[in-house]
Write a protein that binds this ligand. Structure first.
Ligand code: FPP
Length: 254
C-alpha cells in the first residue's frame, strides 16, 4: 500500500508523483526553519515579515506531518543563541507563538494535536510562556501528532545540564559511575519523553546543525533544501520523507 502525493500543487505529471510507503514514515521529524530573513530581503520586506510568513509555513508543515502520519514534529523556533539578535526582532519572534496559537489552537485541538515545548522557560517573556503553557495544558490529553516547539533551546546547554545533574547524583551516592549509559543520558535531556528524530530537515541552503538536538540526532537522516522556510509546503515534506524512505538506515551495521 502506498500513499500518493503530488510534488507540485497543480497539474503534476506522473514523474512528479511521490509514493510514500505508509509503513516507513519517520516517527519524529525535526526541522531547522531557516531563511526567513533572506526570504524577506529578496522581496524588499523587513526581516520580521519573513518570520511572519514563516509562521504560516509552521501551519502547513504541521498539517502535512499530521496527514502523512508523523508522530512527532519538532520545530526549532528560537535558539538560546537567538537572544543576540536585535531587540525588535527578538520581541517580534517572542510574539509569534502567541499569535500562532490564537489563530490555530482550536484547529490543533480539533485535529487531536498535542502541543509541547522543548527549551528553558526561564528567560521567556510572560506572554510567550503563558500562550505556550495554555496550549500545552489544553492539548495534554490529545493523542495525535505531537507538535513540539524548540523554544529557547540549545543542545550544548542541555547536555551540560544533564552532565551536571548526573555528576551531582554520583557525588551524593544516588548513582554509581557504572550506571552511566546512553539511555541514562537520554533520560536526562529535555527530550526525555520523545523518540530521537528519524529525519532532520533544514531549509535555506545552509548545511549545518546549529546546536540542535546534537545527542538525539546520532542516527538521524539529514535532508537539506535550498528553499527558504516561508516557501515550505506539504510537497517539500513529502519530498523529504520520500528521500528518507529511499535511504537504508544501518545504525553502524551492514
Ligand atoms: C531562522 O531564519 C529562523 C528563526 C530564527 C525563527 C524561526 C521562527 C519561525 C519560522 C516562526 C515560528 C513560529 C511559531 C509559531 C513559533 P533567519 O531569521 O536566521 O533567516 P536568515 O538566515 O535568512 O536571516
Amino acid at each position: 500500500m502506498f500513499h500518493l502525493f503530488k510534488r507540485g500543487q497543480t497539474g503534476a505529471k506522473p514523474e512528479d508523483i511521490v509514493e510514500l510507503a505508509p509503513d516507513n514514515i519517520p516517527e519524529h521529524i525535526a526541522i531547522i526553519m531557516d531563511g526567513n530573513g533572506r526570504w524577506a530581503r529578496k522581496r524588499g520586506l523587513p526581516r520580521i515579515a519573513g518570520h511572519h510568513a514563516g509562521m504560516k509555513a509552521v501551519k502547513r508543515a504541521t498539517i502535512a506531518a499530521d496527514e502523512i502520519g508523523v508522530k512527532v514534529l519538532t520545530l526549532y523556533a528560537f535558539s538560546t543563541e537567538n537572544w543576540k539578535r536585535p531587540r525588535e526582532e527578538v520581541d517580534f519572534l517572542m510574539k509569534l507563538p502567541q499569535e500562532f496559537l490564537a489563530l490555530e489552537l482550536q484547529e490543533l485541538i480539533d485535529k487531536n494535536v498535542q502541543v509541547r515545548m522543548t527549551g528553558w522557560k526561564e528567560g521567556l517573556p510572560g506572554h510567550t510562556l503563558e500562550a505556550v503553557e495554555t496550549a500545552i495544558e489544553r492539548t495534554k490529553r490529545n493523542t495525535g501528532l505531537i507538535l513540539n516547539f524548540a523554544l529557547n533551546y540549545g543542545s550544548r546547554h542541555e547536555i551540560v545540564n544533564a552532565v551536571r545533574e548526573i555528576a551531582e547524583d554520583v557525588r551524593s551516592g544516588k548513582l554509581r559511575e557504572e550506571d552511566i549509559c546512553e539511555s541514562l543520558i537520554s533520560g536526562r535531556l529535555l527530550t526525555q519523553s520523545l523518540p530521537d528524530p528519524d529525519l532532520i530537515i533544514r531549509t535555506s541552503g545552509e548545511i549545518r546543525i546549529s546546536n540542535f538536538l546534537l545527542w538525539q540526532m546520532a542516527y538521524s537522516e539529514l535532508w537539506f533544501t535550498d528553499i527558504y522556510w516561508p516557501e515550505f509546503t506539504e510537497s517539500h515534506l513529502v519530498q523529504a520523507v520520500g528521500e528518507y524512505q529511499r535511504r537504508a538506515r544501518r545504525y553502524g551495521g551492514l
